[in-house]
Design a protein around this ligand. Sequence first.
Ligand SMILES: CC(C)=CCC/C(C)=C/CC/C(C)=C/COP(=O)(O)O
Length: 277
Amino acid sequence: MPSPKTKNPGRSGGSQAVGSSSDRFEFASLNKSLLQRQGSDPATARLRASESPTRRRGSSSSTGSASGQGPEEDGIRLNPSFIRVALSSLLAIDLWMSKRLGVCACEDSSWGSVRPLMKLIEISGHGIPWLAGTAYCMYKSDSPAGQEVMLNLFMGLLLDLVLVGIVKALVRRRRPSHNRMDMFATFSVDRYSFPSGHATRAAMCGRFLSAHLVLAAPLRVLVQLWVGTVGLSRVMLGRHNVTDVAFGFWMGYCQYNLIEMLWISPQTLQGLLGYVV
Ligand SMILES: CC(C)=CCC/C(C)=C/CC/C(C)=C/COP(=O)(O)O
């Protein structure tokens, strides 16, 4: 099993993640800030890192005491570095796993023949069929209760598009380098990958369907299987890193709570319409 640490040791002068130049950039920037915390240049950082904790404590009279800092403060100062190293390692594992799992990223990939099926699953979680299908069901529904459920799902889908767009624009994480940008109907923020919009939508709709529409237990299991498959297909197609999908699932799960909190009842709707008209 290849190590998440990796190749081209001479290239950026530090440890690198597996993956594209943008992947390396993400990891290198974390590494750089770590070095900055440890010393002004990599050589100083290496020297400091090679000091044993005992020796550092021993020399605290020249560093710690002189600057008024004891070993406790020294220990506290190390914690953020530890968090950074842990985050860098997580990021490296994320990039490495995502690259390994991106087996349908193109036709020539190892599982390239499954790509059409993965793209079908992609369409099943796309915003357009969900919005169009929900609007159609709302229009066709002859019971007020059915219309109410469909209206809330529709509003939830719109809310999802807005929230995902905001997070993508704020985080601006590039899609994996092995992704081929051949998705249909995308917004400009969809060039970013964090979080996966398909994962948020699948998780949110999965919870919504299970709570309001799909009552039979075996069908609920099928719904959850579909949610998982949509998430897995994002990584297999090379569209996303694993963390994009994991965060997307969590975000979609929370978005459902938001739908429940903001639930539009017929009374609320009447009030809103009365206010507008
Ligand atoms: C009516 C209206 C505004 C429809 C827009 C629907 C639309 C274009 C949604 C975008 C869906 C999409 C391609 C999301 C990207 O998903 P990722 O999983 O790749 O983040």
